[in-house]
Design a protein around this ligand. Structure first.
Ligand code: ADP
Ligand code: ADP
Length: 223
């Protein structure tokens, strides 16, 4: 009943050319439901590559990617896209909210794409926004919100389809330290409340220490 299992993941860019970069050598990782794991690594170590492979956005050269017990290593693009939409939520350093839509609409849209009714999607969006203290921003566009508010709205969007797995790449990396703490707390409490597994890349060792587990990416392996 693991949410995510990575086995022997290897990945190089520009393989077979003089510009070859081996990013991942042999990465093994298993995440149980409800487990929050920090991924700590210097910049350039391959965090984004690993998160993209775990989230089925990119394929490894070797190794297996197993999500919720299903081995998706050799799955079709269509199947990978379906699993990604239904079971995986992504959060990035920059929020990537759609600027022409309000906070609520940004949380509603992925649900409509997933077949949820308008009414249900709006109810879920308002509930999520309320949980991160953004009820008063539901009808505001990103440009009218602070950086921390935008990032909290992006968390709600990532969780809108009730995924089992959250993958986050420096989710508070562009916020000032004070804001970063409260925004990070909002993310952790949402994830814990829903019993999701999460792999959260961060440079911030204080934040990493609050997770259930920490793994460090070093020389293409997790230690
Ligand atoms: P991190 O997220 O830890 O900063 P990345 O996974 O983004 O690391 O990148 C790891 C290494 O792979 C870096 O040296 C980066 O320059 C290189 N890299 C990432 N993506 C590509 C790509 N599409 N083509 C070539 N090199 C890449
Ligand atoms: P949709 O078409 O509904 O946006 P996708 O399957 O394209 O669904 O994307 C699912 C998730 O993957 C979204 O959270 C999206 O932000 C993320 N995503 C899609 N493509 C990329 C990419 N090239 N790099 C990073 N994240 C991506």
């Amino acid at each position: 009943n693991e949410t995510l299992r990575l086995e022997g993941i290897a990945k190089a860019y520009n393989a077979g050319t003089p510009a070859e970069i081996v990013v991942l050598q042999s990465v093994d990782l298993a995440l149980a439901p409800g487990e929050l794991c920090a991924l700590v690594a210097p910049s350039g170590a391959g965090k984004s590559t690993l998160l993209h492979i775990a989230g089925l956005l990119d394929s490894p050269d070797r190794g297996r990617v197993i999500v919720g017990g299903d081995d998706l290593t050799d799955a079709s693009d269509r199947q990978r896209t379906r699993v990604r939409r239904q079971r995986v939520g992504f959060v990035y350093q920059f929020h990537h909210l759609l600027p022409e839509f309000t906070a609520a609409e940004n949380v509603i849209l992925p649900q409509l794409a997933d077949g949820v009714s308008d009414r249900e999607a709006r109810a879920r969006a308002l509930d999520l926004l309320g949980r991160v203290g953004l009820s008063h921003r539901a009808d505001h566009r990103p440009a009218e919100m602070s950086g921390g508010e935008q990032q909290r709205a992006a968390f709600c969007r990532a969780l809108a389809n009730a995924p089992d797995l959250l993958l986050a790449d420096e989710p508070t990396g562009n916020l000032d330290p004070g804001t970063s703490d409260t925004v990070f707390e909002a993310l952790v409490s949402l994830v814990r409340e829903r019993g999701m597994a999460a792999l959260i890349a961060t440079h911030n060792l204080d934040l990493a220490a609050r997770m259930d587990r920490q793994v460090r990416l070093e020389g293409g392996q997790l230690v």
